[in-house]
Design a protein around this ligand. Structure first.
Ligand SMILES: Cc1cc2nc3c(=O)[nH]c(=O)nc-3n(C[C@H](O)[C@H](O)[C@H](O)COP(=O)(O)OP(=O)(O)OC[C@H]3O[C@@H](n4cnc5c(N)ncnc54)[C@H](O)[C@@H]3O)c2cc1C
Length: 209
């Protein structure tokens, strides 16, 4: 049996096998989000959450929580709030004997395993109970690229000196790549891309320049 949520496993382990198999598609469970709703205390918050979930379905990627949460889950707010799994407070799993277990009945070792160790090695995760975090109404996002000809070496070096010292509201993700040079025709050059999310408006961000 293969367990699949979003189907985005990089190695295809949720849909590839050397022997005949069937797939349990969990993405239909995800549509309900009942675990999240159970945590709500006020009507307004519920409305907000329903809107948020609709928005998720319409605008976000198709990566599934089944694989994302059980594998750890990094994101652009992780400097301030940790990984996805740092915000999971309970889970439900069905084990090989058909028992439905929550955190208390599965024990801390199994809970630890399905919040970072990969869910399918241990059973089928039916639900995660997560703690939502508060995001400011205004955030600042930008993307900057610099090539070798644009002083990439010094900029990357400087980034490495400050990356871990910036306030935790600032997340700067740097990736390195190769592109066609715009200066030397027919040649390649290195490029660094800086993707940034700041939990606040640009006026608060600029003093950190
Ligand atoms: C476009 C894209 C963007 C991504 N961005 C990020 C990112 O920003 N941060 C990040 O951390 N990762 C990211 N990833 C990686 C992604 O989180 C992992 O590949 C994740 O495992 C995908 O989960 P899935 O449910 O979509 O995949 P699936 O292929 O459905 O599942 C992945 C693994 O989890 C198991 N599994 C799925 N559901 C369950 C369940 N209910 N119970 C038990 N086991 C289960 C599967 O059997 C398989 O082993 C990205 C991947 C892609 C393709």
């Amino acid at each position: 049996m293969k367990i699949r949520s979003g189907g985005h496993d990089y190695e295809g382990v949720s849909y590839v096998s050397d022997v005949p198999f069937f797939i349990l598609i969990c993405s239909t469970f995800v549509q309900s989000m009942s675990v999240l709703k159970m945590r709500l205390h006020g009507f307004k918050l519920e409305q907000l959450l329903v809107k948020f979930l609709q928005n998720c379905r319409e605008n976000l990627s198709t990566v599934g929580v089944g694989g994302h949460f059980s594998g750890g889950g990094y994101g652009n707010m992780m400097r301030k709030y940790g990984l996805s799994v740092d915000n999971i407070i309970d889970a439900q799993i069905i084990d090989v004997n058909g028992r439905i277990l929550d955190r208390a009945s599965m024990g801390e070792d199994l809970f630890w395993a399905i919040t970072g160790g990969g869910g399918s090695s241990f059973g089928v995760v039916l639900a995660y109970k997560i703690k939502l975090v508060r995001v400011p109404s205004t955030v600042t996002v930008f993307r900057v690229t610099r090539t070798y000809e644009q002083n990439l070496t010094n900029i990357v070096y400087s980034y490495q000196q400050v990356a871990d010292k910036l306030p935790e509201e600032i997340f700067v993700r740097m990736t390195l790549g190769v592109v066609n040079s715009s200066v030397r025709t027919g040649e390649k050059t290195n490029i660094a891309t800086f993707l940034t999310l700041f939990l606040g408006d640009s006026e608060k961000l600029l003093p950190h320049e």
